[in-house]
Design a protein around this ligand. Structure first.
Ligand code: NAI
Length: 248
């Protein structure tokens, strides 16, 4: 029997990139999947169909997770299809880079609302059912930038660092309720998020990464699947770096 068989997992921003790899990895471990995505119907349908082809249930939930009211409405739709969600992966995230003196409210709010408030609202909706069932896994995708800081990313670093601090506090609250809360902090990973980075900057990233390369989405997904496994019952409040040695 697969480790996640009979469990339902919800992944945000799972139409592409790291979220897509996570949804596929959890399904491979036996989970039925509630797949959130923001806009690209065709990409999300492709992920859903791949998961169904594995013999799992998979349903799509289109929603902007930065909007509280929409998150609540989506949660209710998810629970109509899947009455109990026990694994939540908060993966959706954006960047709006600018140096701090040039940064306006628009860039600040968009990043904090998506990368911090979104995961908080998602957790607020799904945590009670995990606690009631006596078992749950919350896995938040943070970033090496939240650990190290980065030029032009005060908004992103604050949101990701905040998400890690939120996770640690929540882990203490849920530790005796069967619910673990952990973060996975990727280094630089080859996805659409980094595809716009100029070649020179990409070379610099590779140069400062001890392993001399960028990571692949599947390398993040494997760690998320590991943390979701019922066997990992004694790991909570951790932020696991998957960064080729960039931050130790
Ligand atoms: P991506 O841009 O390829 O994928 C992000 C996904 O989130 C997209 O499908 C997008 O539509 C979705 N999304 C964005 N805003 C949303 C919203 N308001 N509601 C619902 N979905 C929304 O990026 P990637 O690289 O796959 O990133 C995934 C996560 O990993 C993000 O949280 C990102 O911050 C984090 N990360 C990525 C790194 C990288 O080098 N690619 C490094 C460190 C962290």
């Amino acid at each position: 029997m697969l480790p996640l068989q009979g469990k339902v997992a919800m992944v945000t921003g799972a139409g592409r990139g790291i979220g897509r790899a996570i949804a596929l990895a959890l399904a491979r471990q036996g989970a039925d999947m509630a797949i959130n995505y923001a806009s690209n119907d065709a990409a999300a349908e492709e992920v859903r169909d791949q998961i169904r082809a594995m013999g799992r249930r998979a349903e799509l939930f289109k929603c902007d997770i930065s909007d509280d009211a929409k998150v609540h409405a989506m949660g209710e739709s998810v629970n109509k299809a899947f009455p109990l969600v026990q694994i939540l992966v908060n993966n959706a995230g954006i960047t709006r880079d600018k140096t701090f003196t040039k940064m306006g409210h628009a860039e600040w709010d968009a990043v904090v609302d998506t990368n911090l408030k979104g995961p908080v609202q998602m957790t607020h909706f799904f945590l009670p059912q995990m606690i009631e069932s006596g078992w749950g896994r919350i896995i938040n995708i943070t970033s090496v930038i939240g650990q190290m800081g980065n030029f032009g990313q005060t908004n992103y670093a604050a949101a990701k660092g905040g998400l890690d601090a939120f996770s640690k506090s929540l882990a203490r609250e849920t530790a005796r309720k069967g619910v673990t809360v952990n973060c996975v902090a990727p280094g630089f990973i080859r996805t659409d998020m980094t595809s716009g980075v100029p070649e020179k900057a990409l070379q610099h990233i590779k140069d400062i990464t001890p392993m001399g390369r960028m990571g692949e989405p599947e390398e993040i997904a494997e760690v998320v699947a590991f943390l979701a496994d019922p066997k990992q019952a004694f790991i909570t409040g951790q932020e696991i770096g998957v960064n080729g040695g960039l931050y130790m």
